[in-house]
Design a binder for this molecule. Structure first.
Ligand SMILES: [Zn+2]
Length: 259
């Protein structure tokens, strides 16, 4: 199992037997932390591993997923720090994403090559088995988590206008972010099980009559990351020893290579 996370998910003091590794992608390597949790091997790969902040469109989404595929990973969990599109979803809410709407542009958008591609089934873009397991783990450690949420992915790095926030809510989305949809597409096209735990760090523009408090994002991010680690720790405690490779879902066969 692997985690693609924000910088807030610090693996070095979380995992047992943690060691820094360089995972090959074919033409380069990406840095990650390899360790164990409750007997399960876990790879934690920072989404932005350049050592400096990168704009969402500059992240090597495909390289990250290729590194995990080559490492033999079957299941990928991610964190997503998001803005809420609805007053009913306040700051610091945690949600399990179950659908997405794609509005990103000008970035890597597929795991496939130009001449070797397939039509991935996106009816259920997030693994239902992983989502159910994460929901149960959160309940076991008394962390409230909303079981369903629709994530709209946008290019960033700028934030949205009031009109955009209204539009995305009308389209049926609940939360908005920059990186989640691209990770989800790459994982499905690679045939991996994928789930995303979202944490609301702010409200969308115009939802409340005040400036968005960017200064407060950092505390909120750290809180979400800490709860995410708790949930994943509990998840690994409750999984069977062979659960890292056993799936019981359709994620792998939803990514056909046939044209
Ligand atoms: Zn699955």
């Amino acid at each position: 199992m692997a985690i693609i996370g924000s910088q807030d998910v610090d693996a070095s003091e979380w995992l047992d037997e943690a060691e820094r590794v360089e995972l090959p992608t074919g033409d380069k390597t990406v840095p990650a932390t390899l360790g164990r949790l409750n007997g399960h091997e876990l790879i934690v790969l920072p989404r932005n591993h350049s050592g400096r902040p990168l704009a969402p469109h500059a992240i090597d989404y495909r390289g990250n997923m290729e590194a995990l595929v080559r490492a033999g990973v079957r299941k990928v969990l991610t964190t997503a720090m998001v803005a809420s599109l609805r007053l009913a979803i306040p700051k610091d809410t945690m949600l399990l994403v179950d659908q997405f709407i794609e509005f990103t542009k000008d970035r890597q958008f597929t795991y496939f090559d130009d001449d070797n591609f397939g039509f991935a089934d996106m009816t259920e873009p997030y693994c239902p088995v992983l989502r159910e397991q994460l929901g149960r783990a959160a309940a076991n450690v008394d962390i409230d988590i909303v079981p369903n949420a629709c994530y709209v992915g946008v290019a960033g790095p700028r934030l949205e206008t009031r009109a955009e926030i209204r539009m995305f809510a009308l389209l049926g989305a609940d939360i908005i972010g920059h990186t989640g949809t691209t990770d989800a597409v790459m994982a499905r096209e690679a045939g991996l099980c994928f789930a995303s735990v979202a944490g609301v760090i702010t409200l969308g523009a115009g939802l409340i009559d005040q400036e968005m408090l960017v200064d407060n994002w950092h505390d909120s991010r750290r809180g979400h990351a800490a709860r995410f680690r708790q949930i994943v720790t509990e998840l690994t405690r409750t999984l069977e020893p062979d659960d890292d490779t056993r799936t019981g879902c359709r994620c792998a066969i939803s990514a056909p290579i046939e044209k």
